[in-house]
Design a protein around this ligand. Structure first.
Ligand code: CO
Ligand code: CO
Length: 360
């Protein structure tokens, strides 16, 4: 585990005596193995002088290649004796935890066995580690984008009046898996047509597509744990409401303006302003109801967040989405979302699909 040294330095800087990591993106990042959060707790403690896994016996083969200590338990005895054993030689004054993932189950086991009584959120340490991607991670994200794009292109022709949003979502999911996405998709595709597209997080429904509608499709693939997250908006037939056509151009320009501002050394909030000011000027400001983008990688939403007033300075290797949208109640909506990667030479869009309004 090459990152341990870096983590231990970050722990010192944050006055943490230990870290408790549970199954999720950080554990996957550190160990390269996948665990699920289940009723059988798995926890990875990192201290300055050692690193120990507590895990069910049946999961132990996953960590045999790692140079770490481990304590296993079986279903008969349950996890508590393993925590007690760890507590005998370790008492951690201040433990960093992943506040959005760890559960009462693990916190209670740590507390009741006196491993620690003082926990603080350490999400920032992991964000710092994971935000800038190396070449190997970028290659996997590029693959995740390719799988997503190829899959959409091969089923897009299925959209026609009479087909439902849910039926199309099913076609897309099957195609993603066929084209090599890991079976655990980053999220269930959003397929939102007509007035449903006015809801940015619509769930595909039994509504049938109709001519004259815009259709938002927001989907992604997972390649070896790394995600893509893309949105394109299509027109079904040529008779589209004028206001929606104007809104489409505004979103397209906003996406372009935001991408042109993205580079190393820029504050994340500046990219948000670039998108938002275009939409404001074209009169649709009140319909752009979310941030411009979010970091992307092992998680679908991670740091850095491309949101108003974020003065976080973007660095080399960071990956995030740019996804302005306009959502007009009872009429429809538009979103154009790209996956961006920051290199010395500037911002590269990993997404390659056309951003022009394509008529189906
Ligand atoms: Co998306
Ligand atoms: Co997104």
């Amino acid at each position: 585990m090459e990152n341990l040294k870096q983590i231990r330095e970050l722990m010192i800087r944050n006055s943490l005596d230990g870290l408790a990591i549970v199954p999720g993106p950080n554990m996957a990042y550190l160990t390269g193995s996948k665990f699920h959060l289940s009723e059988r707790p798995v926890i990875f403690f990192i201290l300055q002088n050692e690193a120990t896994f507590i895990l069910p016996e049946l999961e132990s083969p996953k960590i045999l290649d790692l140079d770490v200590n481990f304590i296993t338990y079986d279903d008969k005895e349950g996890p508590k004796p393993a925590f007690e054993k760890f507590a005998k030689t370790n008492s951690i004054a201040k433990m960093g935890i992943e506040s959005r993932i760890i559960r009462h189950l693990e916190l209670d086991l740590m507390n009741s066995t006196a491993i620690t009584s003082d926990v603080v959120d350490a999400s920032n340490i992991f964000a710092k580690l994971r935000m800038s991607k190396n070449r190997n991670e970028i290659e996997r994200m590029i693959k995740a984008v390719k799988i997503a794009e190829t899959s959409l292109e091969s089923v897009l022709g299925n959209i026609r009046p009479g087909l439902t949003e849910k039926q199309f979502a099913a076609d897309l999911v099957i195609e993603l898996l066929r084209n090599g996405s890991d079976s655990e998709l980053p999220f269930s595709p959003i397929v939102a047509s007509g007035i449903n597209a006015a809801n940015p997080h619509h769930f595909p429904s039994n509504k049938e597509f109709q001519y004259g509608e815009l259709v938002i499709i927001d989907w992604g693939a997972n390649f070896e744990g790394y995600f893509s997250d893309i949105t394109r908006t299509f027109a079904l037939g040529s008779k589209i409401d004028d206001e929606l056509l104007r809104a489409y151009e505004a979103v397209k320009q906003a996406n372009e303006s935001a991408r042109s501002k993205a580079k190393i050394g820029v504050q994340a909030g500046i990219i948000d302003v670039a998108a938002r000011s275009v939409i404001d000027e074209l009169g649709f400001g009140k319909y752009f109801t979310h941030r411009t983008g979010h970091g992307l990688g092992l998680e679908i939403h991670e740091e850095p967040y491309i949101k108003p007033d974020n003065d976080f300075i973007l660095e080399k290797g960071m990956t995030f989405t740019i996804e302005p949208g306009i959502y007009i109640p009872n009429l429809g909506g538009i979103r154009i979302e790209d996956d961006i990667y920051l290199e010395d030479s500037g911002a590269t869009s990993l997404t390659t699909l056309s951003r022009d309004l394509i008529t189906l």
